[in-house]
Design a protein around this ligand. Structure first.
Ligand code: ATP
Ligand code: MG
Length: 399
């Protein structure tokens, strides 16, 4: 067994020792056979959630109503799902009812694509009921069973097909494409959060160009938030796009398709967190700064280090004439005279003390901001008396 599997082995052994059948399943088996880095290890078993809760001390009932719990083991989390068949998805979000089954066969049958319907036992034997290995070798995405029915059951699988294409560089089987085209209008009922989650993975994929080509060619964008109302936006997607691992970078890309559509419109429509919104808004401001003033110390000063790589990726996608490297950003960062406002030798209280007769007001913040810019640009030494002298020569405008 490969290392990530070995780490989870004690969990499977314990479940097996209690007389249940148990397998590694889904993405981890697929990625193992593809020699790709293995992400989460998912486990499927005939043991029901309550039996698992009795077996293990640390069980988190994350999705217990559809038979999924998380088992913590040596600092890792493992999703353990009881073999089940799904009921219908009448709300297109959750299966209405879940029926537990005794064998892995039925459980594999409910899975979306043949390459995801693979299981592996503790000896490393692969269970492959739908020719998933054949499709892995031919690099093709194909539904388990009749695609039209499977997509109707849960139209999110349409987006998942494109997302796997983007991650793996696989093509979608022609019959599966036909079925996508038949059912895609039913995507309108999907919960936006589910769409966003899959799209985040699509944009992060190594073959994002290919995934997006399907989004465009199969007219999937006509059923996506915002794009459905402004379909021409999709034509504005940059030709030279690279994988964007964080969704705030995708938000920036979206916003740059048409500057008249506010960032907040995208954030609301795609139901993104404030964290993503804030990071996107910092990136947008600094990309604008780059366009107007170039790569200045002031730009680097305002860009948190955690956004350096994202900034470079976006420059590559959006500003084809610019070329910026991480080394450049780091080099500028290292020569900045201050890292933040708290490093300034003069603060708001000092300024108030310099002008005892002036009423407090926005002028203080404006002056601080000017000082900060001067210091960061290297035009004013960060020294109290020098700054005081500068203020004497450039007195604040107070009104
Ligand atoms: P990743 O490496 O990105 O996590 P994954 O294959 O593990 O890829 P998940 O979304 O984590 O994808 O789902 C785990 C498994 O559950 C899939 O491999 C698939 O077998 C099954 N699955 C997930 N979502 C669906 C769905 N909507 N319909 C059918 N099967 C699904
Ligand atoms: Mg997974």
């Amino acid at each position: 067994l490969a290392k990530p599997f070995r780490k989870a082995q004690p969990i499977l052994e314990k479940i097996a020792a209690h007389g249940y059948s148990v397998y590694f399943v889904g993405g981890c088996v697929r990625d193992f056979l593809l020699h790709r880095p293995i992400g989460d290890i998912d486990i499927a078993t005939s043991a029901k959630p309550d039996a698992l809760q009795n077996m293990f001390p640390a069980v988190i009932p994350v999705g217990i109503e559809h038979g999924t719990v998380i088992i913590r083991h040596e600092g890792e989390s493992y999703e353990v799902t009881t073999f089940r068949v799904d009921g219908t998805y009448s709300d297109q979000r959750h299966p209405d009812a879940v029926t537990y089954v005794q064998s892995i066969d039925k459980d594999l049958e409910r899975r979306d694509f043949t390459i995801n319907a693979l299981a592996m036992d503790l000896e490393g034997n692969i269970i492959d009921l739908f020719n998933g290995r054949h499709d892995l070798n031919h690099r093709v995405i194909k539904t388990v069973g009749n695609g039209e029915e499977r997509f109707r059951e849960d139209p999110l699988r349409i987006i998942r097909a494109l997302r796997f294409s983007s991650q793996l560089g696989f093509t979608i089987h022609p019959t599966t494409i036909e079925h996508i085209l038949k059912v895609k209008h039913e995507m309108k009922g999907l919960a936006v959060e589910r769409i966003t989650k899959e799209f985040a993975k699509l944009f992060a994929g190594d073959f994002v160009q290919q995934g997006l080509a399907y989004v465009v060619d199969l007219n999937i964008y006509q059923h996506l938030p915002v794009f459905e109302k402004a379909p021409s936006l999709i034509q504005q997607l940059p030709k030279k796009i690279q994988p964007l691992p964080y969704f705030h970078e995708v938000l920036v890309l979206f916003h740059f398709l048409d500057r008249t559509i506010a960032l907040s419109t995208w954030v609301k429509a795609w139901k993104c967190s404030n964290k993503h919104k804030n990071a996107a808004s910092v990136l947008i401001r600094q990309l604008d700064e780059l366009q107007t003033n170039g790569l200045t110390p002031w730009l680097v000063y305002q860009l948190p280090e955690s956004l350096y790589n994202g900034f470079i990726r976006l420059v590559n996608c959006l500003c084809s004439e610019q070329d910026i490297s991480l080394e450049q950003l780091v080099q500028i960062e290292q020569t900045l005279p201050i890292q933040s406002r708290t490093d300034m030798q003069m603060n708001g209280r000092d300024i108030v003390a310099l002008f005892p007769r002036y009423k407090k007001g926005p002028w203080i913040e404006q002056l601080l901001h000017r000082l900060e810019q001067q210091i960061v640009a290297g035009q004013l030494p960060n020294d109290y008396y020098t700054i005081k002298e500068w203020i004497r020569c450039n007195p604040p405008a107070i009104n």
